[in-house]
Write a new protein. Structure first.
Length: 350
């Protein structure tokens, strides 16, 4: 029975999964000692590698067919499965496109692929860029809209929905809303992400931590108030706004608890986030010329019935499917098995 090993480095741990075609066999998270966290994440590689090796030695990896690492910050590229090449490793080691723990995914996959003598890949990093040219125009000549989203889970969720319903991803349009600490809402047209909000600092709804789209005059006033440096404002907008800014928590479960206890401010702010999600879904439906097979809702917040019940009710004109979870390990394994059976071509990063 073929197995795939998946590796997903995060800021405080490295998550690992072992999968067969029937599903997950084992999953574990290896915590990172705070003393070993570095400003340059690539310096953490030897430490994380050694930790993982100790765990791997205890696991049955007989019949291992491939290793898939989380795609890090790379150049804009089409979605899909990429062989870990010297060019890809070089960009990751230099943090050429950004310094983030996910950049270790390709490095660790390469190491363990060589150790077990199996292919090593990444799939659908956050820098997947399949935007239509018209989607890039911002309205300000010096500013171009960019594609930065939860591409890994977005694509895997679409494939899962197609498997469940007998659809073909290359023949259908979907609007997919990944709801987590950041929120990505995209127009997936014939399998390609043709438009999407920037899930970190860009357009779209506010999230449990992020500011979302803002009135320009208010943003300018804040930027020139003298109260923030550029770095401080970046952190504030990406980590301290949204639910956290208004309600001092980024935990949707806590917000729902407050709502159930009669907290009207909590209700207003939660409803405002849902309202903005619905507006973005509407915009992406328009980007699909109002012809969509389904609206797919995924991510961690898709486990929150307060949010999903309202989305289903308010978007009742459409086929709304709830497929909850972040699903990174599962999504990497799914792409890996599809690459093994030839359903997804394996691309070269150059």
């Amino acid at each position: 029975m073929e197995k795939i090993l998946t590796i997903n480095p995060g800021s405080t741990s490295t998550k690992v999964g072992i999968f067969s075609t029937k599903g997950i066999i084992d999953e574990f998270s290896v915590p990172i000692d705070q003393h070993h966290i570095k400003k340059n994440v690539i310096q953490e590689f030897p430490y994380r590698r050694d930790l993982l090796e100790r765990f791997m030695d205890k696991i049955d990896l007989k019949d291992l067919a491939a290793v898939v690492g989380r795609g890090g910050l790379l150049k804009p590229l089409a979605g899909g499965v990429y062989k870990i090449s010297p060019a890809l490793l070089s960009d990751l080691r230099q943090c050429r496109y950004g310094n983030h723990a996910s950049c270790l995914g390709g490095l660790l996959a390469d190491y363990f692929g060589k150790r077990y003598n199996v292919p090593a890949w990444i799939i659908d990093p956050v820098t997947v860029d399949e935007l239509d040219d018209v989607s890039r125009i911002s309205g300000v000549p010096e500013i171009e809209r960019i594609s930065r989203c939860h591409a890994l889970n977005i694509k895997a969720t679409a494939r899962k929905a197609c498997d469940l319903n007998g659809w073909t991803i290359q023949e259908e349009n979907f609007v997919i809303a990944h709801l987590g600490g950041g929120i990505s809402v995209c127009a997936l047209k014939k399998g390609l992400i043709r438009d999407v909000n920037d899930a970190l600092l860009g357009m779209g709804p506010f999230s449990p931590e992020r500011a979302g789209a803002l009135p320009i005059r208010g943003l300018l006033d804040l930027a020139f108030s003298g109260n923030y440096t550029r770095k401080e404002l970046d952190h504030y907008m990406s980590r301290e706004c949204g639910l956290k800014g208004y309600l001092h928590t980024n935990d949707a479960r806590e917000v729902v608890r407050r709502i159930n206890e009669g907290d009207e401010k909590a209700r207003l702010i939660m409803d405002a986030m849902i309202y903005q999600i619905e507006k973005e879904i509407g915009a992406m439906t328009a980007a699909c010329q109002f012809s969509v097979k389904a609206i797919l809702v995924t991510g961690g917040l898709a486990n929150c019935s307060y949010i999903t019940d309202k989305l289903i009710k308010d978007l009742s004109l459409f086929n709304v499917m709830i497929l909850p979870g972040e699903n990174e390990l599962e999504a990497m394994a799914d792409g890996g098995f599809r690459a093994l059976n030839g359903e997804i071509p394996i691309k070269e990063y150059i």
